[in-house]
Design a protein around this ligand. Sequence first.
Ligand code: TXA
Ligand code: MG
Length: 349
Amino acid sequence: MNTEIIHIDEENIDTGLIEKAGDIIKRGGLVAFPTETVYGLGGDALNPDSSRKIYSAKGRPSDNPLIVHIADLKDMDLIVREVSKEAKILADRFWPGPLTMILKKSDRVPYETTGGLDTVAIRMPVHKTAAAFIKASGGYVAAPSANLSGKPSPTAAKYVIQDMDGRIDMIIDGSDAGIGLESTIVDLSGDTPVLLRPGYITIEQLREALGTVDIDKTILDGDCKERPKAPGMKYKHYAPKGDLKIVSGTQENVIDKINSLTTEAETQGKNTCVIATEETCKSYKCAHVKSIGSRHDEETIAHRLYTILRECDDEDMEVIYSESFDTSGMGQAIMNRLLKAAGHQIIEV
Ligand code: TXA
Ligand code: MG
């Protein structure tokens, strides 16, 4: 398949091009598009064939449900059984934005889109190109992250092109994703709201809005035997090709341990790298040290994480050691993704 690549400036949207992209979706095709979190791989959420195509383009298991993206709050009514009080509160505070809500689905949403579930995940992105594209597509765009299954979510069009060129009809090349980690997911389909995937909207913010919000235990705990409630969270995700391990402890101990581990790996001739912070990057002896940003700037760390993991692949890193981060605020999302990328391998020092 020939994949057309178009450029759209979020601040000066070419409506002709957006209509063209929307027409592809209406005809049952697939278009990758930018959002504020990561790039999405879009198809018509109400067309079962489109959802099947998304799974096959990504190489993704079809029991892993897709998020339905909307651009207008009132469009939610058609796809859910009922807009609950909690959903109204969260939509009012955080939409459009990086929050996905799970509600009981209406009959209009095919099971192909929800991976066989009776619930549907819904998000209204704030990115202007995404919103215009969703409107031009008929209002309901099912979209997982636009990476091949098992790779880090793409934060820039070049990574979408790497993974999807030849597999889909069109890629909209927009700006780099501002946030860089996927949306926060909260399940509102049961009695108590449950956080299923941490993201830019933090658990603290959700609790401030709703009161009690439970946390799916599997989010940070690698030994947890329970099944994650978001089916996608059970798959090994975001894994770089190299062997990534996280080293956790006091700054001094972490630096000493990583220096001895990287020296050992380099002596064995392995291409080795360290994921460090602004505060520590000069303290490492390893030939390849990548700074992910200042330890005090969680937004930059979140924004850089997937790019650094992709760079490790591009540079054929075989052994990777990363520092660990606090789990308060957005740190919960950062550590959730980093732990998954590392297959939960942590060295405590
Ligand atoms: O930021 C984002 O959310 C991006 C952009 C493109 O919007 N999308 C994204 O989609 O990250 P994806 O498919 O990579 O992740 C969706 C997650 C999966 O873990 C999936 O299992 C979960 O949402 N999910 C979707 N529908 C669900 C449902 N009805 N119940 C529980 N989990 C659901
Ligand atoms: Mg994904």
